[in-house]
Ligand binder design. Structure first.
Ligand SMILES: N[C@@H](CCC(=O)N[C@@H](CS)C(=O)NCC(=O)O)C(=O)O
Length: 197
């Protein structure tokens, strides 16, 4: 399988963490790509020019971390990361949405911070930061379980991205239960082997 990737993308980290947990890390050939430059090969496989984008061994192109992770979950014999049904499924998918929601605010927020300051930009940044802050509050009140699934992996990748890119806005403050959960969870090899540097 071929994965268009960028080394610092938290969505790519999520995909690689799932692949490692499912014992598939060695089957993925990483292909470095800068999605912001809309390179011809990436655009041919993913019209919206984003990473991660996975080309399966059958030649199918799959993009969007949720879809790619679900595909990886269909391969191999490890325990599933997407619980099949019941409360565990909806809880895992809700945590995935929360983690992705943090990233969907944090990633463009960082883009905005690179632009010249003006009132409209500052208002957009504040809105992104408020969404991140509310989401971390929700996680702080009810952190994921220790169990490794798509929800806990996504939340850990989101918090890891906040550490990586927003170190001056410490999310741990006021959220001791979440901080304790995170410190234990990132020892998992899928997270430990993909920490951004
Ligand atoms: N919803 C997508 C988001 C992926 C995404 O935004 N990736 C960023 C890199 S962190 C990207 O490729 N950005 C390029 C762009 O926005 O043009 C997913 O879950 O994979």
């Amino acid at each position: 399988m071929k994965l268009y990737y960028s080394a610092t993308s938290p969505y790519v980290r999520k995909v690689m963490a799932c692949a490692i947990v499912r014992g598939l890390g060695g089957r993925i050939e990483k292909h470095a790509s800068n999605p912001h430059a809309s390179p011809a090969d990436l655009v041919a496989d993913n019209p919206v020019s984003k990473v991660p984008c996975l080309i399966t061994d059958d030649g199918l192109s799959l993009f969007g971390s949720q879809l790619v992770c679900e595909y990886l979950d269909s391969l191999g014999d490890e325990l599933p990361l997407f619980p099949e049904h019941g409360a565990a499924r909806w809880r895992a998918l809700k945590f995935q949405s929360l983690g992705d929601g943090i990233l969907d605010a944090a990633v463009p927020c960082r883009g905005e911070q690179g632009r010249p300051s003006e009132a409209a930009r500052d208002a957009v940044i504040e809105r992104y930061k408020a969404a991140i802050s509310r989401s971390v509050d929700v996680l702080g009140a009810d952190p994921p379980h220790k169990h490794v699934d798509i929800g806990s992996i996504t939340v850990a990748c989101a918090l890891g991205y906040l550490d990586f890119r927003f170190a001056s806005d410490p999310w741990r403050s006021g959220h001791p239960k979440l901080a304790a959960w995170y410190e234990g969870f990132v020892q998992n090899k899928g997270l430990a082997e993909t920490a951004p540097a």
